[in-house]
Design a protein around this ligand. Structure first.
Ligand SMILES: [Zn+2]
Length: 462
């Protein structure tokens, strides 16, 4: 550890030189308000001491220079740089500082550009020089990060303390600090994509949860269950999957694709975001629903049938309503639970499973099986035909029928697609599911029609 000082001008130069890494994986997320930023700037102009910036310094062999990973002080650095350059912070406008003008004795509220402009006041240019020369205290760590976090518990403890401007890092923040990699990045990508949905619309997580990486971790957990193709015990598997490190692109694409499919399915089940009025906005219930839908998806159930999904949504809403009503009376480990009502036994088991160790595999299994049986037994969700492709026999029959009346059969042009070839030839025509396979249309003769290849492709895209 090394204690030193850094002039604001040097900080700016290091940043311009690409040496300041504002977003190492262990950075915290909270964002400052404009007021806090302007208060800091005011401190700098008035020579009031500010807390030390904490860097982890490492030599980057590729870039051939020292890189300063920001352990603590991201908000301060961004504020200073934004004040000067105005483009660091996307959501922040011009930052201003107020000065008591010695000539007029009035308060001038100025931005960086005004200070540069000597015409306003000679005094301000001196202020600016003082600003550039302000020395911020700095604490530098160096050495291997693995060592820094992983094996050396004492050093980790140091990190937890130094990065605690208010409260120490939570477990998942430390986990976040220790890990990065492709799987981890996929989690970040999905988090960016679905942050608004999970927070504003579905209300599964709070803003604070997002800042504390709880949403990111939750998404990674959902990804883990996709990867493992089953519900998993607590966060053991998550740890295992993250530490696995290397993923094939194919594996990551699979997880990404399935994740999106399930989210779209849930959107279609709760088209007006009513999930936020049900118990499925609780992470443990949501986790179960997500995984039930995943297993249905893998079992070839239809996920894109709007009508069926609305019914499924109503079904889940009534399930949720029933359980919430029962919930107030149910206590974990309470022998009286059995007396509530005999036929509510499964409901009560489900509720108990949401009361303690909710991410334990045993509890997860109880919820999973219950929701799965509810949805599977429901008449509303159809299964896709196991077979997707029609046999040549079917084509021959269709071709025979088409050529009975005319020697030049026309393409049915179901979409009046302008590039339609109009007439069918045996070689060019393809067999189409009249009612789409993905929506549960059977791969049977009565659901088959011949289309020209252009129309078949265009229908497939829709
Ligand atoms: Zn056609």
């Amino acid at each position: 550890m090394n204690t030193t000082k850094l002039k604001i001008s040097d900080l700016r130069d290091k940043f311009s030189n690409g040496q300041i890494n504002l977003d190492p994986p262990y950075q915290r997320r909270p964002v400052w308000r404009t007021k806090q930023r302007e208060l800091l700037l005011s401190s700098l102009f008035n020579g009031i001491p500010v807390p030390a910036l904490i860097f982890h310094v490492r030599f980057d062999k590729k870039k051939k220079k020292d890189i300063y990973d920001v352990l603590d002080g991201k908000q301060r650095i961004e504020t200073i740089l934004h004040f000067i350059e105005k483009k660091i912070l996307k959501d922040e406008g011009k930052l201003k500082v107020s000065f008591k003008n010695p000539n007029t004795n009035k308060l001038d509220i100025l931005e960086y550009k005004d200070l540069q402009n000597k015409k306003i006041n000679e005094v301000y240019s001196q202020l600016l020089e003082k600003f550039w020369g302000y020395e911020i205290p700095v604490i530098e760590y160096s050495g291997d990060l693995e060592d820094f976090f992983g094996n050396n518990v004492a050093a980790m403890e140091v990190f937890v303390r130094i990065n605690s401007t208010g409260s120490p890092l939570k477990k998942n923040e430390i986990r976040h600090a220790k890990n990065s990699g492709h799987f981890f990045d996929l989690g970040l990508k999905l988090e960016r994509k679905y942050k608004k949905l999970f927070h504003n619309k579905w209300k599964i997580v709070s803003k604070r949860d997002i800042d504390r990486y709880i949403l990111h971790e939750f998404i990674l957990e959902l990804c883990t269950s996709i990867y493992e193709e089953k519900i998993t015990n607590k966060r053991e598997k998550l740890e295992y999957v993250i530490n696995k490190g290397i993923f094939k692109t194919k594996e990551l694409n699979f997880i990404n694709k399935r994740f999106n499919e399930i989210i779209n399915w849930i959107k279609s089940i709760f088209p007006n975001e009513e999930i936020n009025t049900t118990r499925f906005k609780n992470k443990s219930d949501f986790y179960s629903l997500f995984n039930v839908l995943y297993s249905l998806l893998m079992d070839n159930y239809v996920s894109v049938d709007k009508k069926a999904n609305i019914i499924a949504g109503n079904f889940l809403k009534s399930f949720s309503y029933r359980l919430n009503k029962l919930d107030v009376n149910v206590k974990p480990y309470n022998n009286n639970n059995n007396k509530i009502r005999d036929n509510d036994k499964s409901d009560i088991d489900y509720l108990i499973s949401t009361k303690h160790s909710t991410d334990n595999i045993k509890q997860r299994t109880i919820r999973h099986n219950y929701i799965l049986s509810l949805l599977k037994d429901g008449f509303f969700i159809k299964k896709k035909d196991k077979k997707r492709n029609f046999s040549t026999n079917v084509k021959n029959i269709l071709w025979f029928e088409a050529t009975q009346k005319t020697s030049k059969p026309k393409c049915p042009r179901p979409f009046n697609y302008k590039n339609c070839k109009n007439f069918l030839t045996y070689d060019d025509s393809q067999i189409d599911h009249n009612f789409p396979w993905a929506k549960g249309g059977p791969t049977k003769l009565h659901n088959a029609q011949l289309l020209c290849s252009v129309c078949n492709k265009s229908k497939g895209r829709k």
